[in-house]
Ligand binder design. Structure first.
Ligand SMILES: Cc1cc2nc3c(=O)[nH]c(=O)nc-3n(C[C@H](O)[C@H](O)[C@H](O)COP(=O)(O)OP(=O)(O)OC[C@H]3O[C@@H](n4cnc5c(N)ncnc54)[C@H](O)[C@@H]3O)c2cc1C
Length: 379
């Protein structure tokens, strides 16, 4: 039976859900407090490593085909090393019988093309509309935005990690603060990145260089303990590049900052309940994780894939509860994998450093750590 879904939040996950539901014949209204997403010629600050399952979904939604090739950074290899020991893991897509391990995409580029596609398939898009209240009863939902009220069958909160809807519904979260801040910037490197995603583990957090479409541009994600992040904020671009150079072990040659720098507090959280009557939480509204394996959005796309399996047929509350259970398991597994990496490699303990070095060397052959890394990269 055709339903009317009201989606709050026009980020990647809200938009992907909207297109998928609309393609199934449902009526969909999407409200986004910001303007319709657009992008410029220069590289956007925030990027995501898109895993294979997310790319398959985006292809099915008719979006991947629309993305400009020059703004896609497919990566074929990954190199992870420990700054303070001899440990190093390197793996190539060929080792897992793949052409690539995923692709780096700028968030705004992806959001823009998702928005365009949503309009094309007939999603009712309402930009610059902030939801201020909602009501849920046994047989309908309603939201108030910009002085008018919209009534539908289901309400999907895709309104990000601070999710005003989740808070208004009184749904509690489990969380811990990583006491780290993610610093992001676009970096020009003297040596071409060669399609390799690189990450070094420092005692103060991991630093990642993600290959962009241009051979000498990478996107930096420096997850730094808050005290270090405060220091980094104070540095001018040249001093910042020097600090980055010092931790890069010369992996990419001379580095230059070519964008503004953005800072994001990092925190793990997940909602204890994702379905409340006719309200569903999805994407970052339901879970957010450390960016060290670049899996936050991929987890959200996984939520969308599983939800579309439910909504393809007639469904009742029971099916939504099954969806919630299945996706909670996926989120918790990813959260604990991230924790193992962070705790294992984010420590200055000298004994751990030795173990880490050995672990990395053994892992480079067949070890479970390498498998875990490959699995995380592939989503
Ligand atoms: C530093 C960093 C690096 C990352 N790298 C990666 C990566 O490599 N790979 C990966 O998979 N993930 C990565 N992530 C995670 C990824 O960015 C998020 O998981 C993803 O953006 C979440 O998308 P979303 O659509 O759920 O939420 P959001 O993108 O937060 O979208 C929520 C939307 O809701 C709107 N909204 C909020 N409240 C209202 C309201 N009341 N009314 C109307 N609209 C509202 C907001 O304006 C916003 O547009 C990274 C995160 C960080 C911090």
């Amino acid at each position: 039976m055709t339903q009317h879904f009201i989606i709050v939040g026009g980020g990647m996950i809200g938009l992907a859900s909207a297109i998928g539901l609309r393609q199934q014949g449902h009526r969909v209204t999407l409200l986004e407090r910001g303007p319709a997403p657009s992008y410029s010629d220069s590289t956007e600050l925030r990027v995501s490593a898109i895993a294979h399952h997310s790319r398959d979904l985006l292809t099915q939604l008719g979006v991947w085909q629309q993305l400009p090739q020059q703004r896609l950074g497919p990566y074929t290899a990954m190199e992870v090393w420990d700054h303070d020991s001899f440990g190093r893991i390197h793996f190539h897509a060929g080792e897992v019988q793949q052409d690539d391990l995923g692709a780096i995409v700028e968030n705004r580029v992806l959001e823009h093309h998702l928005w365009q596609r949503a309009a094309e398939v007939g999603v009712e898009l309402r930009p610059e509309t902030t939801v201020t209240a909602h009501e849920i009863s046994a047989d309908q939902v309603s939201v108030t935005a910009g002085g008018s009220t919209i009534v539908g069958d289901y309400l999907i909160a895709a309104d990000g990690n601070r999710s005003p809807l989740r808070q208004a519904a009184g749904l509690p979260i489990t969380y811990w603060d990583y006491e780290q801040t993610g610093c992001v910037a676009v970096i020009r490197c003297a040596q071409p990145h060669g399609g390799c995603a690189r990450q070094v583990f420092l005692p103060t957090g991991p630093v990642a260089w993600l290959p962009l479409g241009e051979p000498n541009l990478v996107s930096l994600v420096w997850s730094a303990d808050d005290a270090l992040a405060d220091e980094l904020r104070e540095l001018d671009d040249q001093a910042f590049a020097n600090r980055l150079q010092a931790v890069s072990d010369q992996a990419l040659g001379q580095l230059e900052v070519v964008s503004a720098r953005g800072y994001f507090p990092l925190r793990m959280q997940y909602a204890q309940q994702w379905v409340q009557q006719r309200l569903l939480l999805i994407g970052d509204a339901a879970h957010s994780i450390h960016p060290l394996a670049g899996q936050g959005a991929n987890l959200g796309f996984g939520d969308v894939i599983a939800l579309l399996e439910v909504t393809a047929n007639d469904f009742a509350h029971k099916e939504l509860r099954n969806w919630e259970r299945e996706r909670k398991v996926a989120a918790v597994q990813m959260i604990s994998a991230m924790e193992s990496f962070k705790r294992g490699f984010g420590s200055a303990n000298p004994l751990l450093k030795v173990v880490r070095g050995i672990g990395f060397r053994v892992a480079d052959k067949v070890g479970p750590l390498k498998r875990l890394l490959v699995q995380a990269a592939l989503g």
